[in-house]
Structure formats: C-alpha cells, structure tokens
Design a protein around this ligand. Structure first.
Ligand SMILES: NC(=O)c1ccc[n+]([C@@H]2O[C@H](COP(=O)([O-])OP(=O)(O)OC[C@H]3O[C@@H](n4cnc5c(N)ncnc54)[C@H](O)[C@@H]3O)[C@@H](O)[C@H]2O)c1
Length: 264
C-alpha cells in the first residue's frame, strides 16, 4: 500500500450549493464536485428526485435541499441549511433553468414571466443570498449557467434568449460588485446539451417520431455546431469545475463558451 494518501481533489475542503441538481447539467456538476472532494448541497424544485440523486452519493459529502429558485424565503432557508450543516459556503452554481419555445405573438405574459422568474430572478436571488454567505466566509466562486441562446438569437425562443442574455450581464455586473469581497462571478454559455430539458419540449417528440429516434434529433439539431454534435452534461460540468476551482483564481466577469464553436 502507498504511504501517501490519495491527492486531494480539485475542490477538497470546499462547500458548494448547486441548483437544478436533480437532472442534466446540475446533476453532472454535483457528481463531479463530489468526486473532486467538495461537500455539495444539491438543490432542486423536484425534491424527491434530488433526494434520490443525493442519496446515491457519499453521505458525508452530499445533501439534498428542496429549493424553488424563484422564492426568496426558500433561498434564505437553503443558505441557512447549508451553513448549519457545513458551517460555510465557498461555491454557488446557479444552474436551475427552464426552456421555452413559442413564437412571440403566441407567448402569454404568464409564460414570459415564468421563464424570467426561473432563469433570471432565480440567478438574482442566488447572487443576493448566496453572495452574502460567500462574503461572510471571506470569498468564493459563483458560476451562473447562461446559454449560447443568450448570445445568438433563436427564433421562436425569445423569452429564453432574453433571460439568458440577462444572466450574462447580471453575472458581469455582480462580478464587479463582488470583486472586493474576494468573490468571483463567471458564467458559462453552453450550446445544445443532451439533457431532459430538450426531451420535455413538445417539438422534440414530434421530431423523434419523424426522424426515427432521439439520436437522429440530436444530429439534426447540431447541424450548425462546428463540432457537429451536442455536448454531454459531463463536458459542461468540466468547464464549470474550472471556474469553481481555485485554478481560475484570476478569472472573473468572464463568460466561457462551451458550445463546440457555435457562437464563433
Ligand atoms: N440542455 C441544453 O441544451 C442547455 C443549453 C444551454 C444552457 N442550458 C441551461 O443549463 C441549465 C440546466 O439545464 P439542463 O439541460 O440540465 O435541464 P434539466 O431540465 O435536465 O434540469 C434542470 C433542473 O432544474 C430544475 N428546476 C426547474 N425549475 C426550477 C426551480 N424553479 N427551482 C429549482 N429547480 C428548478 C428542474 O427540476 C431540473 O432538475 C439551465 O439553466 C438551462 O437553461 C441548457
């Protein structure tokens, strides 16, 4: 047996809160962070699902939190719960989000507001309450999950595109506001990622039926991506890990395009 303990992970000793951790990118982030030595609070609206994901991870390193990111009291309770359990918060990943595709003239105000509430209010509330906890601990890293759709417009997805463009500007503004507190704020902008987010959209099932399966839909949808494919959630998690870790200690107010060249 080696005399040396295994090398500490890239997030050893850190405490992280990941929103939307029951599925897709958030789940991949939480699992990767645990592998890299962090203690991770997995937060999601889908509380049963997120308990299942957290339960599949080592108990000392993972806990589940029921959190609707649109609710300010829920954010206060979530941050309080993390501090009560682990005494600190070093990393916040504002990942929870919903997709929405509908022509502008057919979009109800209620739908528009729902997209803004989850995708943009949710990030604002995370910055507000998570940011305050990070500041009390002397600093840390916040990563907000935006989208290539916040850079390149997608017809039929105006609410989603506008919300994600908002996330990018909110991130840069927060970065400048929080810099003196030792808190870095960055965003990532993925293009298509093979997660349940897509499969929940009605057009996806229609396309799958027409083209003969989901693989054919991914192939069709990635025609404009120079690398000619969608990303895997784990590939997006790797970019988020870099921004969350101290390896990016001089990086703030940046947006990392994780898009196979889509927005070049
Ligand atoms: N999948 C893609 O192609 C893609 C591309 C670019 C950006 N994104 C962004 O990545 C993020 C994660 O998306 P995904 O593809 O993993 O989707 P997903 O649907 O697989 O997971 C999203 C998770 O967020 C949770 N969630 C939804 N509303 C919530 C709320 N109000 N409070 C708390 N949790 C809530 C859901 O329960 C779900 O577990 C989103 O912000 C999305 O916009 C996704």
């Amino acid at each position: 047996m080696s005399e040396h303990p295994p090398p500490p992970g890239r997030l050893a000793g850190k405490v992280a809160l990941v929103t939307g951790a029951a599925s897709g990118i958030g789940r991949a982030v939480a699992e990767l962070f645990v592998r890299e030595g962090a203690r991770v609070a997995l937060a999601d609206l889908a509380d049963e699902l997120v308990r299942g994901v957290a339960g599949s991870l080592p108990e000392a390193q993972a806990c589940a939190l029921a959190l609707d990111v649109t609710s300010e009291p829920a954010w206060e309770a979530a941050v309080t719960a993390v501090l009560a359990r682990w005494g600190r918060l070093d990393i916040l990943i504002n990942n929870a989000g919903i997709s929405f595709g509908q022509p502008l003239t057919e979009t109800s105000l209620a739908d528009w507001r729902r997209v803004m509430a989850v995708n943009l209010d949710g990030v604002f509330l995370g910055l507000k309450h998570g940011g305050a906890a990070l500041r009390r601990g002397g600093g840390g890293s916040i990563v907000n999950v935006a989208s290539a759709s916040g850079i390149k417009p997608a017809p039929g997805a105006a609410a989603y595109c506008a919300s994600k463009a908002g996330v990018r500007m909110l991130s840069r503004t927060a970065a400048l506001e929080f810099a003196s507190a030792g808190i870095r704020v960055n965003s990532v902008s993925p293009s298509g990622v093979t997660t349940p987010l897509w499969e929940s959209m009605p057009f996806f099932a229609e396309m799958a039926a027409k083209l003969g399966g989901t693989a054919a839909v991914w192939a069709e949808l990635s025609k404009d991506v120079p690398l000619r494919r969608f990303a895997d959630a784990g590939e997006i998690a790797q970019g988020i890990l870099y921004l969350a870790s101290d390896e990016s200690r001089f990086v703030t107010a940046a947006d990392l395009a994780l898009d196979g060249g889509y927005t070049a």
